[in-house]
Design a protein around this ligand. Structure first.
Ligand code: AMP
Ligand code: MG
Length: 329
């Protein structure tokens, strides 16, 4: 039997340290993740990097063991080189470098946001969608045009996930609190809140501050606050996504990133797509948040399509998705 092309991916941009082995045809052989969590405060740079350092070796070992492979079986290693928290990115890159050096294995550094998009194509039937990418740190409406991923609209301040986390912290829910907000929202009803769409862009921070202030001034239940902030944020996102469909003429939406786990967001996007006779896809829940599967798959795509040397041994905490040269689409 022909030997399978195997790639070990390593993810470490933010809260999650993950390792995964994926085959050249997109089969997921393992997917191990350790997530930094905290009862109070948010993501503190040093604490997150310390967490990743502590778990790195064990996570990689488990990923190899789960996949039933040895380092010698790997043909490629990939890691997220951008964008993210610099100290965390370094932990991932150093772990990847060490294995690559020891095993004499090619190493590819990939853009984490691009990897989210590619996993959206791997795990859904979408071919040429508008991507609605909404994670902790990012919220962007993206489509592939003219050999690049172009950003049609985006947050002007924080990512939607972070906005939820900031709001949640403000009303005492810990980190991460997106899922907690979703549960509380189920029992809430609507109170009037600001709505902030600016052209194709979105602004979340001011609304968060307003709602946290409101929660201290007036007796409004957490359920009502969660329901209302969700309704407004998701309506804003759905509005600009619809305009991106109209503008590009594309017929599919793929929702990706941690916030894609939210059923109410999926429902709203689904209704909008149905009305426009478009297809709506959401990346499977399991792969919506940060994971190393998508990093391994992105490494494979780049290595296989490369017309020049794609080996990269550096990090770039601020690289935007629209700067990435796309050869694999
Ligand atoms: P990521 O950065 O892609 O891993 O996504 C993590 C972000 O997704 C965090 O900010 C979470 O609060 C948010 N998130 C996760 N699950 C949900 C949910 N069910 N509803 C809203 N936000 C969520
Ligand atoms: Mg992410």
């Amino acid at each position: 039997m022909a030997k399978k092309f195997l790639c070990l991916g390593i993810e470490s941009t933010a809260h999650t340290f993950g390792a995964s082995v994926v085959s050249g045809d997109g089969e997921v052989l393992s997917d191990i993740r350790e997530m930094f969590t905290t009862e109070e405060g948010g993501l503190k740079l040093d604490e997150v990097a310390e967490h990743h350092k502590k778990v790195a070796e064990h996570v990689v070992e488990r990923a190899l063991k789960d996949a039933g492979v040895e380092i010698e079986d790997l043909e490629l290693i990939s890691f997220s080189r951008a964008p993210g928290l610099a100290p965390s990115l370094l932990v991932g890159m150093n772990a990847a470098k060490e294995i690559a050096k020891d095993g004499g294995i090619p190493l590819v550094g990939v853009n984490h946001c691009v990897a989210h998009l590619s996993s959206g194509l791997l795990f859904t039937k979408a071919k040429n969608p508008v991507f609605v990418f909404t994670s902790g740190a990012n919220t962007q409406i993206i489509a592939f045009e003219g050999r690049k991923f172009r950003v049609f609209g985006e947050t002007l301040d924080v990512g939607l996930g972070n906005a939820f986390d900031k709001f949640g912290r403000g009303i005492g829910l810990g980190f991460p609190c997106g899922p907690k907000i979703e549960v509380l929202a189920k029992k809430g009803s609507y109170v009037e809140l600001p709505y902030s769409v600016k052209g194709m862009d979105l602004a979340f921070s001011g609304i968060v501050s307003h709602v946290v202030r409101l929660s201290k001034q007036k007796k409004i239940s957490k359920q009502d606050l969660c329901y209302s902030i969700q309704e407004n944020f998701f309506s804003m996102l759905t509005e600009v996504s619809e305009r991106a469909l109209a503008h590009t003429g594309k017929k599919e939406i793929v929702l990706i990133g941690g916030v894609a786990a939210n059923k109410r967001l999926c429902e709203m996007m689904g209704i909008m797509c149905k009305e426009r006779e478009c297809m709506f896809y959401s990346v499977p829940l399991k792969y919506s948040g940060d994971n190393a599967v998508m990093i391994a798959w992105q490494g494979i795509l780049e290595k296989k399509s490369a017309t020049k040397n794609v080996e990269r041994w550096d990090i770039n905490p601020r690289e935007r998705i629209d700067l990435v040269e796309v050869e694999w689409m």
